[in-house]
Design a protein around this ligand. Sequence first.
Ligand code: FMN
Length: 138
Amino acid sequence: MRIAVRYYSRGGATEKVAKAIAREAGERALATDKPLEKKADILFIGSGVYKGHIDGHVKAFIEGLTPDKVGKAVFFSTAMLGGGHSDEEVRKLLAEKGISMDTRTFHCHGKFLFFHRGHPDEKDLLDAEIFARKIIKK
Ligand SMILES: Cc1cc2nc3c(=O)[nH]c(=O)nc-3n(C[C@H](O)[C@H](O)[C@H](O)COP(=O)(O)O)c2cc1C
């Protein structure tokens, strides 16, 4: 089974989570400016949440996907508050490309101003690894 991890991270929080997921998958986490070269049976795709939305780079990456390149997508994010509506935003964008998204998603806090300093922390990253393990096993 081939696994790919793509993310966009303005401040580094989502990158940390992407790397934890990639470590578990035995793959490298790459930014969304790196298109998929081969088919991914599972594509983990992550973004920070900015003003309630995923980053435009992630939207552009999804726009460039084709159903023959992705078995299924799995979304993860970091945010000050939580995933918000980002799950549904990503699910809709993927559906428009004919790609299904797993119902399971991963979210954790990322630091923002004075809030959630130190996040994602060790436990967040361990949770991300456990999440990835469960997805990859099923
Ligand atoms: C410009 C900006 C807007 C943000 N808007 C939101 C938001 O609407 N909701 C939220 O929960 N967090 C918001 N945040 C916090 C980010 O989601 C959080 O810091 C996240 O971990 C950033 O990920 P990154 O470090 O990978 O860029 C915002 C952060 C920035 C810089």
